[in-house]
Design a protein around this ligand. Structure first.
Ligand SMILES: *Cc1c(COP(=O)(O)O)cnc(C)c1O
Length: 367
């Protein structure tokens, strides 16, 4: 039997460019400069260019990108932010850490915010839409931008899973006021520790982030505002530059793996993911749906194949958000997805025979 196939293998992504990662790490270690330096500056320039926007500011994590974004936009207590119900809880924390209230919208069949259901949630307190390009697929940005203009709302994009995904040829992270990125190791462009960034075309916003991330100081010891410590370090920035230089190859490999899954997985008990017209996915996860999830997980486990649920408990039903008083049943589509979604193995460096084995076992599943 084959070795256990894990849902994700970060070691494989490292091995692809091992020599480059190792020599960059040594270069930074020997430089004597470790926080906010030339690697960070170069990464910010290169990432802005990759995304196709004017500015990028490196931060310590994706969550920091989110909460600082709402802080800088002046959104807080008494304000409402529209967000989809089916997201990673960090999206919601970015809102609530500022005292603002998340207003949840159901997802569409592509697991993105259902844009037909946004307007009915808008009130006089609504200040922004937080759109999450979940699992790597760009949301319907044309509609979101149209609605935001009509009601004068800010748009923040959670791009933690969508590095490089496009809607009508435009890259996610450039549609709204601020694009929030995570480079957590398992993301499509991953660091070797925590890291994040924002993208924007607004010079003032970029400058405010630079001040905020460094204790609110522009000049050392001259603190203008109460900021935070959310600096990107030189080691992560240097390693991210290596990863970014291979972004298109890495993306092509994921794409090929997912096309094979789409072409070859054939099982009436499994619903495969689909892509919206005019959108692309960078396939952060390959998420299937099945009514027999517990049995499928156990069956895959018996055959030494790991799988993972993104995400089993929707934020509105998590203990952390009990105070919102949203009970089971208020978001039926979100809650059904939480019971049916399953991410199957996908990672850069996945071997053809590993994928063939996963496909064969999925096709043999009889429930
Ligand atoms: C990973 C992730 C985040 C948070 O990023 P961190 O770097 O882990 O703080 C936010 N939103 C989504 C959708 C994510 O997947």
């Amino acid at each position: 039997m084959m070795d256990r196939i894990m849902p994700n293998r970060l070691d494989r992504g490292f091995e692809l460019y091992q020599e480059e990662f190792e020599s960059k790490a040594i270069e930074v270690l020997r430089s004597g400069w470790y926080v906010l330096g030339k690697e960070v500056e170069l990464f910010e320039q290169e990432f802005a260019q990759y995304i196709g926007c004017k500015y990028c500011v490196g931060l310590a994590s994706g969550l920091d990108a989110l909460w600082i974004a709402f802080r800088i936009l002046g959104i807080g207590v008494g304000d409402e932010v529209i967000v989809q119900g089916n997201t990673y809880i960090a999206s919601v924390m970015g809102i609530t850490m500022n005292g603002a209230t998340p207003i949840f919208v159901e997802p569409d069949e592509y697991h993105n915010m259902d844009t037909c259901k946004i307007e009915e949630k808008i009130t006089s307190k609504t200040k922004a839409i937080l759109v999450v390009h979940l699992y790597g697929q760009a949301a319907n940005m044309e509609e979101i931008v149209r609605i935001s203009k009509k009601y004068e709302l800010k748009v923040v994009e959670d791009c933690a899973q969508s590095h490089g995904a496009k809607y009508k040829g435009q890259i996610t992270g450039t549609f709204g006021d601020i694009g929030c990125f995570s480079f957590y190791p398992s993301k499509n462009i991953g660091a070797f520790g925590d890291a994040g960034a924002i993208t924007t075309n607004n010079k003032e916003i970029a400058e405010e982030f630079k001040v905020f991330r460094n204790y609110g100081s522009e000049k050392r010891y001259h603190n203008k505002i109460i900021g935070a410590n959310s600096r990107l370090d030189e080691l992560q920035a240097g390693l991210l530059r290596v990863r970014l230089s291979h972004a298109s190859e890495l993306q092509k490999e994921r794409e090929e793996l997912c096309v094979s899954y789409l072409d070859e997985v054939r099982n009436e008990k499994i619903i495969l993911p689909s892509i919206r017209n005019h959108a692309t996915s960078v396939w952060h996860q390959f998420v299937i749906r099945t009514k027999e999830r517990e049995r499928l997980i156990a069956y895959l486990e018996e055959h030494n194949i790991g799988s993972i649920i993104h995400y089993p408990i929707p934020p509105h039903l998590s203990e952390a958000y009990q105070y919102l008083n949203l009970t089971k049943g208020v978001l039926p589509i979100t809650e059904t997805f939480a019971q049916e979604v399953l991410s199957i193995p996908l990672y850069n460096g996945m071997k053809k025979e590993e994928q063939r084995y996963v496909i064969e076992k999925l096709n043999q599943f009889r429930g």
